[in-house]
Design a protein around this ligand. Sequence first.
Ligand SMILES: C[S@@+](CC[C@H](N)C(=O)[O-])C[C@H]1O[C@@H](n2cnc3c(N)ncnc32)[C@H](O)[C@@H]1O
Length: 163
Amino acid sequence: MIDWLGVLTVLVVCSFAAVCFFGAPFVPTRRKWAQQALELAKLGDRDLVVDLGSGSGTILRILAERRIRAVGFELNPILWLVSKLRFLKNNFIQVRLRNFWRQDLPAGTTAVYVFALTRDARKLEEYFLKQAQKSGFSVITFGFELPTKKAAKHTKGAFLYNF
Ligand SMILES: C[S@@+](CC[C@H](N)C(=O)[O-])C[C@H]1O[C@@H](n2cnc3c(N)ncnc32)[C@H](O)[C@@H]1O
């Protein structure tokens, strides 16, 4: 007989563990720190913000409360589903089940938030340089710095870059 609870547990564990091959594991930014980090970019209602690895939607929620449009890319199907349901009736927020490395930023993106591992900093900087060939945007990194680009501003653990 199939142990469905066991199968489900394995699937849940795998969906969280597998993401580590593609980027940072799920650790939500604390709300207070996220607010301080987002302050760096002086966002307003004309902005379109992308959260690369949007997790359960902490950043998206803060942006939704400020009526700022945002798109979250999330690779973990469980986290994607949680945040998809969370913002089902919210016109400001879209959550896409995607590997962000394989995605272009949506047209009109003005700012990007990313909480990632230092391991991926160089690759992210290259990704931003490539994406900025079409049009510029600002980037807020949380928990790490980009290796060669100089930050325009910073606060506790967060850095703002202009691309
Ligand atoms: C450190 S958590 C940050 C979550 C959220 N941005 C926050 O600040 O609360 C990183 C998130 O990125 C997701 N992730 C990692 N690599 C990814 C990839 N290549 N594409 C999409 N999401 C990814 C993980 O599943 C995880 O939810």
